[in-house]
Design a protein around this ligand. Structure first.
Ligand SMILES: [Zn+2]
Length: 185
């Protein structure tokens, strides 16, 4: 059995249940009104970390959980849909979650970066960009990325936007400044 065979076997078990019926009627209005930005690291799978089930949240996963231009573009689009298609639906809250021990910290390694770029990376991948992606201080980057998302104006000002740090050692996720405000707690 290959890894991909096992993947489809897992799907067969899912499809044999009625779990799919948990999905929200409108895909951009998730059941728990959450829009998460978190790392691709398998140790921070938000379904497990936050007890989320199918349909509960929109989840964007990037290296380090960094708020990239693509993340902002997607969020702007979803925000547009909310405003135009479902103006009466409650808005989601946005959580930017970075974590301790993040593998993206390897992007701070000069030799790894230069070797990667020497392979012929895609246009746009520059040494400076790679270096800036590294999460070496998750408190600082989570706060900075939450602020960047807020400043980008892709969601209305009343939408709660919070930065959070997930401590892999304890499993505990804590907010960082700026505070998400009453609506985000
Ligand atoms: Zn990570």
């Amino acid at each position: 059995v290959t890894h991909l065979d096992a993947l489809l076997a897992g799907n067969a078990r899912f499809a044999a249940t009625d779990l799919r019926e948990r999905g929200p009627a409108i895909p951009f209005v998730p059941n728990r009104q959450l829009y998460l930005v978190t790392c691709i690291d398998p140790r921070v799978d938000p379904a497990a970390v936050f007890g989320l089930e199918l349909g509960d949240a929109i989840v964007a996963r990037t290296v380090g959980g960094r708020v990239t231009d693509d993340v902002l573009d997607d969020l702007a689009w979803i925000g547009h849909l909310h405003a135009v298609v479902t103006p009466d639906a409650p808005w989601f809250a946005v959580a930017v979650v970075h974590h301790t021990g993040c593998g993206s910290a390897l992007m701070a390694d000069d030799a790894l970066r230069s070797g990667f770029l020497a392979r012929g990376a895609r246009p746009g991948w520059t040494d400076a960009r790679l270096r800036a992606t590294a999460v070496t201080d998750p408190h600082a980057t989570a706060a900075a990325d939450a602020a960047r998302l807020r400043a980008a104006g892709v969601v209305p000002g009343h939408v709660a936007v919070g930065g959070f740090v997930h401590d892999l050692a304890t499993g505990v996720v804590t907010p960082v400044a700026p505070d998400p405000g009453p609506a985000g707690r």
